[in-house]
Design a protein around this ligand. Structure first.
Ligand SMILES: *[C@@H]1O[C@H](CO)[C@@H](O)[C@H](O)[C@H]1NC(C)=O
Ligand SMILES: *[C@@H]1O[C@H](CO)[C@@H](O)[C@H](O)[C@H]1NC(C)=O
Ligand SMILES: *[C@@H]1O[C@H](CO)[C@@H](O)[C@H](O)[C@H]1NC(C)=O
Ligand SMILES: *[C@@H]1O[C@H](CO)[C@@H](O)[C@H](O)[C@H]1NC(C)=O
Ligand SMILES: *[C@@H]1O[C@H](CO)[C@@H](O)[C@H](O)[C@H]1NC(C)=O
Ligand SMILES: *[C@@H]1O[C@H](CO)[C@@H](O)[C@H](O)[C@H]1NC(C)=O
Length: 366
């Protein structure tokens, strides 16, 4: 049975995300796509596999990247929007796009965090990272590193607070960053780089725990994108990567998610770069970020929790993680019972969704 797209302006969006704009919106959500030009002027490590993304490098091993990229995003706001003082900036992980936060098919409407949040009065802006989806894709994959992503989300957060991203949408007073997996590492990079200058009024880091350098997560099936899908990516720099096996992103229990979600994932997958995995160790660095921070990880996350006792004692886990956030206004770790790495996409998603909404409301009230 095919997937039925929601409110899509193009029929084969599922296969070729790049060629179409499909905007998911529920009964209570008004969604529009936006393209925001973002100027990035950052120092990148000459070696894109640097585990700290250049944050610990000396000047001689860094190079300057000074570019303007078009960043694609979907802005959703509650139809019954009262005053919208706060917006959530949603940052996807490796091989996902903005659609991680709202899969564009009716069948997975219950997996849409943006709909869930609209139902509870919260707007969101879900972006495609640079190199991904409908955002600019630099010819050279080594320009797509955590420093690049972090500069993009930081600039966007500032933009959201000072300018209108779409006609009729006023600047917001507060921006809460919600990341998933490599998207969380992007937000952590920004927390290290910006510290008390960060424009984010709170961070919700999902699908991430400390990753020490050298303890690479083993993800089967990561491969050069142009070899994986030549029809779509044959002309790309070989350092753009993708995956052909997402099973590790779900719980091992096959009844806890739809088998069709894996098929949908495969249809809609996108790319990362050779910098994605080594740079995950940015999450082992100390940051002087001063806002409130919560990490949310699924107890059945095969990358972080299963097969170890790491997530069993939440107090001990929190104590270990908190050390890296000495200046944070608050810090906690929440282990979502039964959820996998892609906690938005399994049957238990409502649990984490409630957690995110409650955290945003808490952070805004601080
Ligand atoms: C800078 O870093 C590079 C790579 O880590 C190292 O080889 C080099 O010795 C360092 N240079 C200085 C001046 O510290
Ligand atoms: C950086 O890019 C901006 C905008 O394109 C440009 O005006 C500026 O001259 C560039 N700076 C350098 C040092 O190349
Ligand atoms: C979505 O959630 C609602 C409410 O929990 C439930 O009644 C419905 O069956 C779910 N739909 C799907 C497709 O899982
Ligand atoms: C990509 O950019 C880096 C840094 O400027 C350079 O060393 C490398 O040769 C470039 N790769 C390609 C394929 O152009
Ligand atoms: C995907 O990886 C898992 C290990 O995480 C393995 O058990 C499974 O056989 C792989 N599936 C395919 C289709 O290669
Ligand atoms: C955090 O601030 C302290 C005190 O100013 C400073 O010593 C430390 O280097 C800073 N850490 C980072 C990661 O910037």
């Amino acid at each position: 049975m095919p997937f039925t797209l929601r409110n899509s302006i193009c029929a084969f969006a599922v296969l070729f995300h790049i060629s179409c704009i499909s905007v998911a919106s529920g009964q209570s959500c008004d969604c529009s796509s936006a393209i925001v030009p973002v100027h990035v002027d950052v120092l990148l490590p000459k070696d894109p596999t640097d585990p700290f993304g250049g944050l610990k490098s000396n000047a001689s091993s860094l190079r300057r990247l000074n570019e303007t990229y078009d960043v694609f995003g979907v802005y959703c706001q509650p139809k019954t929007a009262q005053s919208t003082d706060v917006v959530q900036l949603l940052v996807h992980g490796f091989t996902y796009t903005n659609q991680y936060w709202s899969p564009a098919t009716e069948e997975f409407r219950n997996q849409s965090y943006t709909d869930f949040a609209c139902d509870r009065g919260l707007p969101s802006f879900a972006i495609d990272l640079v190199g991904v989806g409908l955002s600019s894709r630099p010819t050279n994959a080594s320009d797509v590193q955590y420093a690049t992503h972090s500069a993009v989300v930081t600039q966007l957060a500032r933009h959201l607070k000072t300018a209108s991203i779409l006609p009729g949408v006023e600047p917001f007073k507060k921006v809460i960053g919600i990341g998933h997996s490599a998207g969380s590492v992007t937000l952590i990079f920004g927390a290290v780089a910006e510290a008390d200058q960060s424009p984010f009024d709170g961070l919700i880091l999902t699908g991430n725990l400390i990753i020490e350098p050298g303890t690479l997560l083993t993800i089967p099936g990561v491969t050069s994108a142009r070899n994986d899908t030549p029809l779509r990516w044959g002309a790309l720099d070989p350092d753009y990567t993708t995956t052909n096996n997402r099973s590790i992103l779900y719980p091992t229990d096959p009844t806890s998610f739809s088998p069709r979600m894996l098929i949908f994932d495969a249809f809609t997958k996108d790319v990362g770069t050779v910098a994605t995995f080594p740079g995950l160790s940015v999450s082992s660095l100390t940051t002087n970020y001063t806002g409130p921070v919560t990490k949310v990880v699924g107890s059945k996350d095969q990358g972080f929790c299963t097969g170890t006792d790491r997530c069993d004692d939440v107090a001990a886990l929190t104590a270990t993680e908190r050390v890296l956030w000495p200046e944070a206004k608050s810090f906690q770790v929440i282990v979502a019972p039964g959820s996998g790495h892609c906690m938005n996409l399994d049957f238990l998603a409502k649990g984490p969704f409630n957690t995110f909404v409650n955290l945003v409301n808490q952070f805004v009230a601080l």
